[in-house]
Design a protein around this ligand. Structure first.
Ligand SMILES: Cc1nc2c(=O)[nH]c(=O)nc-2n(C[C@H](O)[C@H](O)[C@H](O)CO)c1C
Length: 153
């Protein structure tokens, strides 16, 4: 089992390092990292991690900025990531933290780390322990900020 980590230099926190640190706490798997300039470069990085570097699942980590052009960029990147999943029949866990989700740099750093770590656990579950995800179905999980919980507690 090999998990790929694709991340960007645009992000204001080293999301790739955090993802690798968290995955190592939960599983003994091969890891491949591929750093690109920005989120629109992630789809091909993920495809290469899958097709050329033998990854079974990939995490795509990025930080869209707060401007309208960044939101468009994030939408385009997401579409590329979905297409890549369909072309390769492999999961890509998209971990995007929009810069304007946080009120300041401190909260942004916290949110980027928290969301990355929680999705790294999801990546391990998807790759190795899918039954763990089944147990969490319909429980209102969120990555980063607090879980919202089920609608019928
Ligand atoms: C407008 C813009 N916004 C972002 C962003 O919010 N987050 C990000 O990671 N990258 C951004 N980029 C850069 C593109 O994703 C890409 O790296 C360049 O267009 C080079 O292919 C661009 C060009």
């Amino acid at each position: 089992m090999k998990i790929g980590i694709a991340d960007t230099t645009f992000a204001r926190i080293d999301m790739g390092r955090i993802a690798i640190d968290e995955i190592r706490k939960h599983a003994s798997v091969g890891l491949e990292r591929y750093v690109v300039p920005g989120i629109k470069d992630l789809p091909v990085a993920c495809k290469k991690l899958i097709e050329e570097r033998g990854c079974d699942l990939v995490m795509a980590l990025g930080m869209p900025g707060g401007a309208e052009k960044d939101r468009v960029c994030a939408h385009e990147a997401s579409q590329g990531l979905i297409l890549c999943q369909l072309l390769t029949n492999r999961h890509i866990i998209e971990v995007f933290v929009h810069e304007d989700e946080a009120k300041d740099a401190k909260e942004l750093a916290w949110l980027m780390e928290q969301r990355t770590r929680e999705h790294a656990v999801n990546a391990v579950r998807l790759a190795l322990r899918p039954k763990d995800l089944e147990k969490l179905a319909g429980t209102g999980q969120r990555q980063g900020f607090e879980d919202v919980g089920p609608a019928r507690p």
